[in-house]
Design a protein around this ligand. Structure first.
Ligand code: ADP
Length: 365
C-alpha cells in the first residue's frame, strides 16, 4: 500500500503517523474464530528532500521498507536505513520466482502507485501556484489602496484648507493646482488599472491608423524633458529626419514611449543620462530607450514584462507605481505586431528597452 501524507510540517510527523498505523494493525482482531495480530514494515520517503518524482519516491520508500523487514519488521524507517542496510534491498523483494500473473499484478500495482504519487505531486504544485497567485493579489490590492490613498489625502487636506479660509491671495490658486495635480495622478492610476484588467481578460483592443511614429516619439520625449531636468538628468535623442509611417494608435504609441521614458528617469539616480533613438532597419522601425541607472538584476529580467512585477531594490529609489507599465508596453507593442525586449548587465549597470514595430513600406502603400 502507498499512503500519501500531504499536509506534514516535518518528516518526524510521518514517523508519528507510521507508529499509529503499526499500533492500529497490531491490535488483535478476531476473524472466523481466530485472533489475529498483524505486523507491518513501513518505508518512508520524503518529498522533496529524498526525491521529487513519483517513481523515485516509491523506489526510496521500497528500499526503506525492505531494510525494515531485514531488521525483523513491525517497524518503520526512512531512506537512511535503506542505505545502511547490509544486503541490497532487491535481494529481499522475493524469495521465490513470482508467477507471471503475480508479476503482472505487481507491475500494475506499481504503475497505479506511481500514478497516485505523481497526481499528488502535481496537486501539490498546483496548490503552491494558487497560493502564490493569491498572495500576489493580496499584496497588489494593498499597494493599490496605498497608491490611491496618497493623492486622496492631499486632496482632502487642500479642501480643508480652502474651507478654513486663506492666509494669502495666492493660496487658493496653489491649492487648486494641488487638487488638479493629484486628480490627474488618480486618473492616471485608474486608467492603468483598467488597462491591466483588460490585459488579464484579453479585452485590450486598439484602433490602427496610418501615422508618423517619429513625431509621436518626439512629442513623448518633449513631455518628459521637464521631469528629467527636475532630477538633473540629461537626455540625448536621435530622431529621424524623415517621417516613419506605420499603422498604429497615436494614444497607445505615446503611452508605450511615455512609460519607457518615465521608467528610464524614475530608475536612474539624479544626474544620470538617458538616450533615445529611432531608426528604420529593413521593414521595421527600431526604437531604443536606454539609461545608466540602477539596472535590472538577471533573475528579474525574464519576468520584467509580467503584470505587477517590481524589483524590491528599485522601490527604494522610486515607489509610486503599480508594476503595470511594462506589462502594458508589452501588450500594446504586441497589438501593433511588434516586439519589445529588455537588456541590462545587472545592478547599477543601466537598462535598455528595444521596441520594434513593422513599418508601412513604400510599395505597400
Ligand atoms: P512600476 O514602474 O509602476 O513599478 P513597471 O511595469 O513600469 O511598473 O516596471 C516594473 C519594474 O521594472 C519596476 O518596478 C522596476 O523594478 C523595473 N524597471 C522598469 N524600468 C526600469 C529601468 N529603466 N531601469 C531599472 N529598472 C526598471
Amino acid at each position: 500500500f502507498v499512503v500519501l501524507l500531504s499536509e506534514l510540517s516535518q518528516p518526524s510527523d510521518a514517523a508519528d503517523i507510521a507508529m499509529k498505523m503499526l499500533e492500529a494493525l497490531a491490535a488483535p482482531t478476531q476473524i472466523a474464530g481466530h485472533v489475529l495480530s498483524l505486523t507491518a514494515s513501513i518505508g518512508i520517503a520524503v518529498f522533496p528532500s529524498d526525491a521529487t518524482t513519483g517513481p523515485e519516491l516509491i523506489e526510496i520508500a521500497d528500499g526503506a521498507m525492505y531494510a525494515v523487514k531485514r531488521r525483523g519488521g513491525s517497524s518503520f524507517g526512512f531512506q537512511e536505513l535503506a542505505r545502511t542496510g547490509s544486503a541490497p534491498a532487491s535481494e529481499l523483494i522475493v524469495s521465490r520466482r513470482p508467477k507471471l500473473s503475480e508479476q503482472l499484478d505487481m507491475a500494475q500495482l506499481r504503475q497505479a502507485n506511481e500514478q497516485l504519487v505523481m497526481t499528488a505531486l502535481a496537486a501539490h504544485k498546483l496548490k503552491d501556484f494558487a497560493d502564490e497567485a493569491r498572495d500576489n493579489k493580496v499584496k497588489f490590492l494593498a499597494m493599490v489602496v496605498h497608491e490611491l490613498r496618497t493623492p486622496l489625502t492631499a486632496i482632502q487636506l487642500a479642501a480643508d484648507m480652502l474651507r478654513f479660509g486663506h492666509t494669502d491671495e495666492a493660496q487658493p490658486k496653489r491649492l487648486q493646482a494641488i487638487i488638479e495635480e493629484e486628480v490627474k495622478h488618480l486618473v492616471f492610476l485608474i486608467e492603468d488599472l483598467v488597462d491591466a484588467s483588460r490585459i488579464s481578460t484579453g479585452k485590450l483592443r486598439i484602433e490602427l491608423n496610418e501615422l508618423d511614429v517619429g513625431a509621436i516619439l518626439e512629442k513623448a520625449v518633449e513631455a518628459n524633458i521637464s521631469i528629467m531636468a527636475g532630477r538633473s538628468q540629461t537626455i540625448e535623442a536621435k530622431f529621424s529626419p524623415k517621417p516613419i509611417l506605420l499603422r498604429g494608435s497615436k494614444v497607445r504609441l505615446k503611452q508605450i514611449f511615455s512609460n519607457l521614458l518615465d521608467n528610464a528617469s524614475k530608475y536612474t539616480p539624479a544626474g544620470g543620462h538617458i538616450e533615445v533613438s529611432i531608426e528604420v532597419v529593413g521593414d521595421e522601425v527600431l526604437i531604443v530607450v536606454s539609461d545608466n541607472g540602477i539596472g535590472i538584476p538577471p533573475h528579474i529580467l525574464p519576468h520584467i514584462f509580467d503584470l505587477f512585477v517590481q524589483e524590491p531594490g528599485a522601490l527604494t529609489l522610486h515607489s509610486g507605481g503599480l508594476g503595470i507599465g511594462l506589462a502594458l508596453v508589452h501588450e500594446l507593442v504586441a497589438a501593433h505586431q511588434g516586439t519589445v525586449s529588455a537588456q541590462s548587465s545587472g545592478r547599477n549597470r543601466g537598462s535598455k528597452f528595444i521596441v520594434t514595430l513593422p513599418t508601412i513600406r513604400a510599395d505597400q502603400k
